[in-house]
Design a protein around this ligand. Sequence first.
Ligand code: ADP
Ligand code: MG
Length: 216
Amino acid sequence: MSLCLENLAIRKNNGDTLFSALTMTVEKGEMVTLMGPSGCGKSTLLDAIAGHLSPEFNYSGVITLDGMKLDSLPAHKRQVGILFQDDLLFPHLTVWENLAFALPDSIRGAERKDRSLLALKHISLTKLANSFPDQISGGQRARIALTRMLLAEPKVALFDEPYSKLDKDLRAQFRRWVAEQLKQANIPSLMVTHDKEDIPEGSRCLNWPWESKNAG
Ligand code: ADP
Ligand code: MG
């Protein structure tokens, strides 16, 4: 299982090019980081992979997951998970309900709660099951948000500056924790960030500009 980008280019409809000829492969179990300054097109790239590209933009090139072209699939069929800088749990749902919301439709009835509670147990946060998002800490919300993303059983995980809203001490901890969770999930993951401290130790990173033939 791998995510491949081949000669990807994203342009604004007015003709401005964000980037062109981005070619890279992310293998399962691997996290690759794309570094770039604010405004270079990081979030827009993730939108294109997830199938949410704004109509202001168009892209060319090929995106494949597991050898299958994603281009013609609508967003909800792509099985692409995204974690944003603002994790945005639903404020009116409890922690376990937030998790249950992400479960695949094939899991039904009481099993949805059981699965959610099991996921909380795995991350040692069982005690938060009935809390609301505004009753728990920012670090806990970040963990719940990642767990929720993974419960949806994505085939690839995308991260958009996932640590930028956390304070410094928490960030180091959360980075390590994310790496562990992803190792268990064993899917390809792609992170975009402007902060080089976000790059996991020993992992691949591609610096802006991304037009590089030897990136993948
Ligand atoms: P990054 O995530 O790297 O900071 P973005 O992908 O958000 O950058 O944006 C890339 C460029 O596209 C920026 O110049 C931004 O101002 C512009 N942009 C972002 N969203 C839109 C939009 N919906 N319509 C037009 N331009 C946009
Ligand atoms: Mg962005």
